[in-house]
Design a protein around this ligand. Sequence first.
Ligand code: ADP
Ligand code: MG
Length: 284
Amino acid sequence: ATPTSIMAGSGRAAEQGVLFKTAESLETTKHIDTIVLDKTGTITNGQPVVTDFVAAAGMDAERVKQLAASAERESEHPVAQAIADFGDALLPVSHFKAVPGHGIQATVDGQAVLVGNRRLLEGITVDEQAAEQLESDGKTAMFIAIDGNYAGLVAVADTIKGSAKAAVEEMKRMGLRVVMLTGDQQRTADAIARQVGIDEVVAGVLPAEKAGHVRALQEQGRKVAMAGDGLNDAPALATADIGMAMGTGTAIAMEAADITLMQGDLMRVADAVRMSRLTVRNIK
Ligand code: ADP
Ligand code: MG
């Protein structure tokens, strides 16, 4: 690969919204055979909104809503904003703690509040039937507990990016293996995967485990590109042979990645691989 042709190649790529960090990353991308995609903010727009709220029998629905919304006001997670916005988030919060990959815990107006997934509420019986129904629709159900008792559930839905389905089709057409990797629940992840044509889903992955799943694919001999947007994705982006950060995502993801995709368009993932194949072939 001559420096001049690599420079020309990365210039053309940049015009199309694919920013290669180094000449080496443009050459390495040619060998990619597996694409790992984060779900929230990568396949979806990452701006979930609350779609459902079900208070447990005998609970004061308005109070449950306010407690959950107030607690979530303190969290940075994309689902937290949605839950904070849907209730009156006005109650005083102390002892707030985020539990990565699980949810949050806090004392709100003197009561102990948990909001999160099944793992967070371990030992507390939740409304499993209602949750499964929502998850089958691709929604993320989160459970609320107050003073150790199940108090209700709140579901959020995120919209899928306009180009996601066509982008996955294009990746497959190019012979790439496409895998979804997410911290969200299996049923929800499967529903989203089905809508965009992804057949391979790894769900319920803790933030600290994402990089390990990339490494496992590499140990199978795969050349892996990982596309993600979040703080949670940074170690996996760095571990992958090529990390691709959504330009709409966090600065930390962009720092960890080899490529930044402008506007977070998923079609750019396929474009990056195609442009690398063309550039590097032309100069041999
Ligand atoms: P992802 O962003 O891929 O969904 P995370 O590891 O950040 O993965 O979160 C995994 C799951 O933990 C979420 O789907 C949600 O159910 C739960 N969770 C995380 N943060 C919160 C929060 N602030 N409030 C409620 N639930 C949360
Ligand atoms: Mg994400």
